[in-house]
Write a protein that binds this ligand. Structure first.
Ligand code: G1P
Length: 296
């Protein structure tokens, strides 16, 4: 085994350069990563997952118009002064902890050339270490956090790992799809990865969900990865090439996953987080029980 794979996973990359066209007009002047699920921007849940998995250095790959992301993870002196004056210690602690927990780094993806290209922008930050990738459209509720479970798989196999979830036929063309042999409960050795195939061409229904632990060899591969599906440089294609040089594993996780990049998934996430919340849950349950659905 090559020595460089023996590093611990301490860094995460979160691509956040997309235009958010599925949420227009809300995303005309604000990043989709800042749209809230209940009271937190979607990106904060992703950062929290990385933090709860032991990661302290996080690179967000941004684009133009994403400055509010940078501000959200910084101190807000005016707001903190007002909360302190009002002795609102719980909110003050909450606001402060967002900026104090992790070291946030930012780099701009200057052209929208796809997820693979966004990841290649992280090379200087990552260096010669394995790293985690968390996509902002997938909010995942597992205990321990999914990326922590995948780091554990990485450490056992000393190989890249992709998160997997079975999807119905009609959703196959929305994802990277994997084929491979099961090597132990929930773990597959990847043989094939195809980006967004038509259902008749898909090798399985096992979709790659937005969590990855990847070895740094991916950066060499991305330098020569040609544009693929939708004329974009696809991470899936680069991972397929990586699997020709190193083993890659898939981890079929158990737990809830919300596709908040989709309007329906976004509304469902808000509803379920609202139902689980100590302040809104009870009231929302009562409201839903009495709701006359025929009114709509
Ligand atoms: C990306 C990846 C795809 C993966 C998906 C997971 O697609 O390209 O392989 O299955 O994320 O959410 P996107 O949803 O950005 O189009």
């Amino acid at each position: 085994m090559h020595l460089r794979n023996r590093h611990k996973v301490t860094k995460a990359v979160i691509p956040a350069a997309g235009l958010g066209t599925r949420f227009l007009p809300a995303t005309k002047a604000q990043p989709k990563e800042m749209l809230p699920i209940l009271d937190k921007p979607t990106l904060q849940y992703i950062v929290q997952e990385a933090y709860n998995s032991g990661i302290r250095d996080i690179l967000v790959v941004t684009g133009r118009g994403k400055d509010s992301i940078v501000n959200h993870f910084d101190h807000s002196f005016e707001l903190e002064a007002v909360l302190a004056k009002n002795k609102d210690w719980s909110q003050l602690n909450e606001i402060r902890s967002i900026s104090e927990k992790v070291n946030m780094f930012y780099v701009r993806q200057k052209e929208p050339k796809g997820l693979g290209h966004a990841i290649s922008c992280a090379e200087a930050f990552v260096g010669d270490e394995p790293f985690a990738v968390l996509l902002g459209d997938d909010i995942i509720n597992t205990q321990p956090p999914l990326i922590k479970q995948m780091i554990d798989v990485y450490e056992r196999y000393q190989s890249s790992v992709v998160g997997l979830l079975d999807v119905p036929d009609e959703d196959v063309s929305k994802y990277g799809i994997m084929a491979g042999e099961m090597v132990e409960d929930s773990i597959y050795k990847v043989e094939k990865l195809v980006e967004k195939p038509a259902v008749e061409d898909a090798p399985s229904n096992r979709a790659v969900i937005g969590r990855y632990v990847i070895t740094p060899k991916i950066f060499d591969i991305l330098k020569t990865t040609k544009p693929g599906k939708n004329n974009e440089i696809q991470l899936t294609d680069a991972l397929m090439e990586l699997s020709r040089h190193e083993d890659i594993y898939g981890y079929a996780f158990k737990g809830e996953r919300y596709d908040v990049g989709d309007k329906f998934g976004f509304v469902v996430a808000n509803l379920e987080f609202g139902l689980r919340d100590a302040k809104t849950g009870k009231q929302l349950k009562e409201y839903l029980r009495k709701l006359d659905l025929d009114r709509f």
